[in-house]
Design a protein around this ligand. Structure first.
Ligand code: ADP
Ligand code: MN
Ligand code: MN
Ligand code: MN
Length: 430
């Protein structure tokens, strides 16, 4: 790539006009250009920009514009409105100008989109209204620009079927739930695929890598594939204000995990969805496809989950282990309801192998990664702490999973009869 000067400020993407040799820009030349900009008004700014000449003869000065700080020229910011599409897992977004920087989603206008293009409304009445619910800093545009997590409603104000946030925020608004300050720590696993062949990153096309073993938390060109994506995502999330708590390479090569949390109530869902959006954008830039399929490769390869670590105030306080056991009892009675809400295709993952429990049978244990629910050694030793629900798939909806956990353990009560029977079953672990 050679740096060259381009003659005007207007977009000039092709080099067909530039037949001569590219002359590298010098510091002196650059300074003279910068000086020319000083004191010019917003509208009449005529300045030259520096451009890059790529191998294919295309002038690329996009970087300069993408990194352009617009704040000396305008108070306006760009808000990227993000919502969940018709499949319940696809993320969509579009951007709009907001007159000045904002601190809270309530300062933002509602907006709309064409629901017939996302499988969310019929063509003849296609308008879906999005309500801003949470804002994050935009790590791509920088400055005061923001990412806006929205949920979707009909024009009459009814949540549309894919809007799972609405019900979740009602549950998290219930005083019994609020008083228990529910915490969630979510471990989002994902798989990176080569764009054209949809085969995991680092895997030989048409073949398989060596068996699992060296890849989990591994380092080295033959063990770790896609670290730059994981790392770029980590920093972008920190910059955005997402409560990301760590990352690690996974057991299956090309698979990664990051953790978000502990977050309180509805925040857990907002943060996971925003982190997924950022990951989609980073993989888009990298030319790699993000897969949240729970079992991307059949056979002796680990699937991808979204373990959800959960605790309430009572679980975190003295005597908490007893509260955890009672919560586990409730969960055992609602196993089917939870499984049906824990992600599409999860039956391919929850086989009882590869650190999973069978989908058909509820189980729990201390430090046992082959159970539906795992309680950590620390929690057992200290008599308080949290539990890990290992059942959710990587493509689960965090609004659904977190609110269902709160509902089943804080709002729902079994009959005395059912409770006695479940206690017996759990004691025998059958
Ligand atoms: P694992 O050992 O299963 O791989 P990780 O370290 O990947 O666990 O993730 C554990 C998650 O649990 C983290 O996101 C962490 O923030 C979260 N966590 C820790 N303490 C609590 C708690 N008391 N309640 C809920 N989540 C918690
Ligand atoms: Mn983990
Ligand atoms: Mn993991
Ligand atoms: Mn885990």
């Amino acid at each position: 790539m050679a740096q060259i000067l381009t003659p005007t400020v207007q977009w000039q993407m092709r080099t067909s006009k530039y037949t001569g040799n590219a002359s590298p820009i010098t510091t002196k030349m650059w300074n003279s250009l910068v000086l020319k900009r000083k004191g010019t008004s917003k509208s009449s700014a005529k300045f030259r920009v520096c451009a890059l000449k790529s191998g294919r003869g295309t002038v690329n000065r996009m970087e300069d514009l993408l990194n352009l700080d617009v704040s000396p020229y305008t108070d306006k910011i760009i808000a990227e409105y993000i919502w969940i599409g018709g499949s319940g897992i696809d993320l969509r977004s579009k951007s709009r100008t907001i007159s000045k920087p904002v601190e809270h989603p309530s300062e933002l206008p509602k907006w709309n989109y064409d629901g017939s293009s996302t499988g969310q409304a019929p063509g003849e009445d296609s308008e879906v209204i999005i309500y801003p619910q949470a804002i994050f800093k935009d790590p791509f545009r920088g400055g005061n620009n923001i990412l806006v997590i929205c949920d979707a409603y009909t024009p009459a104000g009814e949540p549309i079927p894919t809007n799972k946030r609405h019900r979740a925020s009602q549950i998290f608004g219930n005083s019994k739930v609020v008083d228990e300050i529910p915490w969630f720590g979510i471990e989002q696993e994902y798989t990176l695929l080569q764009t054209d062949v949809k085969w995991p990153l680092g895997w030989p096309v048409g073949g398989f890598p060596g068996p699992q073993g060296p890849y989990y938390c591994g380092a080295g060109a033959d063990k770790s594939f896609g670290r730059d994506i994981s790392d770029a995502h980590y920093k972008a999330c920190l910059c955005a204000g997402i409560n990301i708590s760590g990352t690690n390479g996974e057991v299956m090569p090309g698979q990664w995990e990051y953790q978000v949390g502990p977050s309180v109530g509805i925040d857990a869902g907002d943060h996971i969805w925003c982190s997924r959006y950022i990951l989609e954008r980073i993989t888009e830039q990298a030319g790699v496809v993000l897969s949240l399929d729970p079992k991307p490769i059949e056979g002796d390869w680990n699937g991808a989950g979204c373990h959800t670590n959960y605790s309430t105030k009572s679980m975190r306080e003295e005597g908490g282990f007893e509260v955890i056991k009672k919560a586990i009892l409730n969960l055992s009675l609602r196993h089917k309801i939870h499984i049906s809400a824990y992600g599409e295709g999860n039956e391919r993952r929850l086989t009882g192998k590869h650190e999973t429990a069978s989908i058909d049978k509820f189980s729990w244990g201390v430090a046992n990664r082959g159970c539906s629910i795992r309680v950590g050694r620390d929690t057992e030793r200290e008599g308080k702490g949290y539990m890990e629900d290992r059942r959710p798939a990587s493509n689960m909806d965090p609004y659904v999973v977190t609110s269902l956990l709160a509902e089943s353990t804080l709002l729902w009560e079994p009959t005395l009869e059912a409770e006695a029977l479940a206690a017996q079953k759990l004691a025998m672990n059958v």
